[in-house]
Design a protein around this ligand. Structure first.
Ligand code: TRP
Length: 361
């Protein structure tokens, strides 16, 4: 059997460079590798509603932003199926059956859910739908028989949960579902790209994100005010790399070609780092280099976005066609699930025949 990808994002805002190095860039490479039989990229609006029930308009407005970001990055509707979660109701039906295979205490132990509950001050009033979203995520993944789920590290607990549901389902009802593998970014910087202020979490409210569609002048401003080593005051001072956001971003984005083009005094990042640690290299020079690297990386993405922005109806058309195609696949899996659970009464000729016999003697 061929390899299948499913992954997605909650449409709660525009996508930023953290999404890009954490997953988007990889998805496009995987798409273009030709190694995958099918690729499904989902805009997880139903999941986003689990903690935004009172603000559906926010989700509604951001679906198109995420779709544009996807297309801008190079996801190609000819090669990947882009779809909207809520338009595939089979996913909700699967979730209802999977719920019986998971305990409340197991959900309470999910570290990502735990920290999200804290972040949102949900302790005393957790919406049931939010609490159950790891189960719904198992439906997203298994409905497409995904073998491979490229996501960020924060999604590890969801994959663990999914594997448990798959094993439980298959052992109770017979081999039906496929156990997926997570695919994490290979490098540490990409795994956890910090905000421009050095804080671990990028968030809109902290104003510490660089969005993929951010204006070049704004990107430059954010880079030039990035957090570095607070003890690196004079140029001669030796500088620290740990926790130095500018270098973390360079780890995630820079390639030797960038040095040849923008900073030919150094052959690669290791040489630049060594000079910084030795002393004698100022932050401004490093920041200017990072700005050049980011602008070079983001320019083609921004140009492609502008092209798609001219034809929004076409983007909605892509999502509509993708949702139809995704629905067909999910419906087939749901049929298999119901057959395995023996809740496909009307197709079950044996059951009907046996009951005819029971009641007609
Ligand atoms: N939880 C993911 C996020 O926060 C979105 C998501 C929903 C997802 N269902 C998924 C990711 C299935 C991978 C697979 O962005």
């Amino acid at each position: 059997m061929g390899k299948i990808i499913l992954t997605g994002d909650r449409p709660t805002g525009k996508l930023h460079v953290g999404h890009y190095v954490g997953s988007l860039r990889r998805r496009v490479e995987l798409q273009n590798s030709g190694e995958y039989e099918k690729i499904f990229i989902m805009i997880a609006d139903a999941q986003a509603l689990t903690d935004n029930a009172d603000d559906p308009e926010k989700i509604r407005q951001n679906i198109i932003e995420v779709a544009l970001d996807y297309l801008a990055c190079g996801l190609d509707p000819e090669k990947s199926t882009l779809f909207i979660q809520s338009q595939v109701p089979e996913l909700t039906e699967l979730t209802f059956y999977y719920m019986n295979l998971v305990t409340v205490s197991r959900l309470q132990r999910n570290p990502t859910v735990k920290s999200e509950i804290q972040m949102r001050n949900f302790e005393a009033s957790i919406p049931v739908g939010f609490f159950c979203y790891p189960i719904s995520q198992a439906s997203d993944i298994t409905a497409f028989k995904a073998t491979t789920v490229p996501v960020g590290e924060d999604q590890l607990p969801m994959l663990e949960q999914t594997k448990e549901i798959v094993r439980k389902f298959n052992s109770v009802y017979g081999e039906t579902l496929v156990e997926p593998d997570i695919l994490l970014p290979e490098n540490e910087a990409c795994l956890r790209l910090p905000g421009t202020d050095g804080k671990a979490k990028m968030s809109k409210s902290l104003g510490n994100c660089i969005y993929l569609s951010e204006e070049p002048a704004e990107i430059k401003k954010k880079v030039m005010s990035m957090f570095t080593d607070p003890d690196h005051i004079k140029i001669e001072d030796p500088g620290k790399l740990e926790g130095n956001t500018v270098f973390t971003y360079l780890d995630a984005f820079s390639r030797p070609e960038h040095f040849a083009e923008f900073l030919p005094d150094y052959a690669n990042l290791d040489e630049l780092k060594a000079h910084y640690q030795r002393g004698g290299l100022g932050d401004v020079k490093v920041k200017k280099f990072l700005n050049n690297v980011l602008q070079a990386e983001l320019a083609p993405i921004q140009n492609r976005r502008k092209e798609y922005e001219k034809d929004i109806e076409y983007v909605y058309h892509i999502l509509e066609e993708g949702s139809k195609a995704a629905r067909e696949v999910a419906a087939k899996t749901l049929d298999e699930v119901k057959a395995a659970m023996k809740i496909n009464y009307f197709e079950d000729k044996e059951l009907i025949a046996a009951h005819v016999k029971r009641f007609q003697g």
